[in-house]
Design a protein around this ligand. Sequence first.
Ligand code: UDP
Length: 241
Amino acid sequence: MPAELRYRRVLMKISGEALMGEREYGLDPGMVAKIADEIRTVHALGVELCLVIGGGNIFRGVSGAAVGMERASADYMGMLATVINSLAMQNELERRGVTTRVQSAISMQAICEPYIRRRALRHLEKQRVVIFAAGTGNPFFTTDTAAALRASEMGCDALLKATKVDGVYDADPHRVPGARRFERLDYLDVLSRDLQVMDASAISLARENNIPILVFSIFEDGGFAQVVRGRGRYTLIGDNS
Ligand code: UDP
């Protein structure tokens, strides 16, 4: 592994909302392009990269359920939204010369591969960016949990949560002046303080598999490349940290 890298194989979770930019809904092509640039830079460093992209910019199961839809059906719609985002990111990455594969937890053989763990591992070894779509494939879960699950299955060294801010705060720093930022946290701190970093099942899964979670800003130019070197600004969630 190149000496400067702290993490050799990582999974980055990008929320659907990050792809929305300033819009109210859907995809902002400029944002997708910006994130693709960040990913290309990290890929060029020799990092093996997995991506999980949320779907909240298009559809969330809970919103459907709130207007009377059956929750499971609404969740399937949410999972399809993650496939749309994954294909958008695949397209932007491939335009930049980065080879990718999309693997979906729900089979859609005309547009992407089905999720096959050993095949995904092979793609990573060949320096292909693997984008895991359709979450876990199960309703009542989130893409945060999918991210922790795939990071565990792929043997990732770290789970990177790309957000709008440079770490975990005790309150929303955009709304609460003087909100305190954490450098390091224990998994159990995040759970007991209900810090809203990722959902509880994702945190528990990362904890059981001893995968550190790094929360950083995807809007910081070059931020992703800094984080994989263990530099820059991020909050590290792990044991005994
Ligand atoms: N979803 C699901 N199972 C999964 C992952 C996602 O049912 O394993 C559905 C759920 O309805 C969720 C939606 O897909 O609301 C979009 O994912 P998420 O809300 O995690 O996206 P994000 O908040 O990251 O944009």
